[in-house]
Design a protein around this ligand. Structure first.
Ligand SMILES: [Ca+2]
Ligand SMILES: [Ca+2]
Length: 257
């Protein structure tokens, strides 16, 4: 009962995806529809430019760098177009991370500029993208859930998942978050959620920086332990949940004490 309550709570805390494109103009005359679309575009542009307050973070925080090749998109196993779509904006080049005080920082640099409004690509409208960063914090493949890695290989035993999802200019932006403790090996079922903060980058930039206050995570952020870490990035269109997909190689991180 308590677990069900926690799961329900976690789901209610989970940022709600909203579609700012494709489904809000039904039943309108063409002229009115065009006018609303124009206003929507202006609102999104304004929101995109004001939401991302740019905070300065010392580059020395990012002690770790995970390099990812250019143009290494893959076809995800589900909800994907029939063939790979080359979408620069989620082509990850580097993922940098590190600690400062009680904060865990993640910086992701992409090959392209994150759009400030939904854009047309290969006959689709792309409205959001997300980079996932994951850790097997107990070094046990059998505990936690599974994530993605390169070459269609799964990352086994993920115990904490950091989500850095960006809406392209919506008036409502997702905040970064971390989910942890996946008791049933299902990545969608977890008992803990930690809100994060955007620091800089975002729409109009080629990178994002987020941070998470890990002071209350205990074993889900085991200081002084070497753990497996992994990542993948994806974009969503109006037609495909996994419109484009770029997994990164898994590696290990000796977390400082
Ligand atoms: Ca890449
Ligand atoms: Ca594990």
């Amino acid at each position: 009962m308590r677990r069900l309550f926690l799961i329900a709570l976690a789901l209610s805390l989970q940022p709600r995806p909203t579609r700012v494109y494709g489904d809000i103009h039904l039943g309108m005359a063409a002229a009115a529809k065009k006018a609303v679309e124009k206003l929507d575009a202006q609102a999104r542009t304004a929101a995109g430019s004001v939401y991302w307050t740019q905070y300065y973070d010392d580059p020395a925080i990012f002690t770790q760098t995970l390099n990812d090749p250019a143009g290494d998109w893959e076809l995800p196993i589900s909800e994907a177009p029939p063939s790979i779509i080359a979408y620069n904006t989620i082509d990850v080049r580097t993922i940098q991370y590190g600690l400062s005080g009680s904060y865990f920082y993640v910086r992701v640099d992409y090959a392209g500029t994150i759009p400030i409004a939904p854009i047309a690509v290969s006959g689709q409208t792309v409205g959001r993208q997300s980079t996932s960063f994951i850790m097997d914090t107990d070094n046990n493949n059998l505990t936690g859930a599974n994530g993605e890695s390169q070459g269609g290989v799964q990352f086994l035993g993920m115990d904490i998942y950091y989500g850095l999802g960006v809406e392209y200019g919506s008036t409502w932006h997702r905040a970064p978050y971390a989910n942890y403790n996946f008791p049933t090996n299902d990545a969608h079922v977890y008992s803990g959620t930690l809100p994060g903060e955007w620091r800089s980058g975002g729409p109009g930039h080629t990178f994002v920086i987020a941070r998470f206050n890990i002071s209350g995570l205990g074993a889900y952020f085991p200081r002084g332990t070497t753990v497996d870490v992994g990542s993948w990035s994806e974009a969503e269109s109006n037609g495909y949940h996994h419109f484009a997909f770029d997994p990164a190689p898994a590696t290990t991180w000796a977390i400082p004490p």
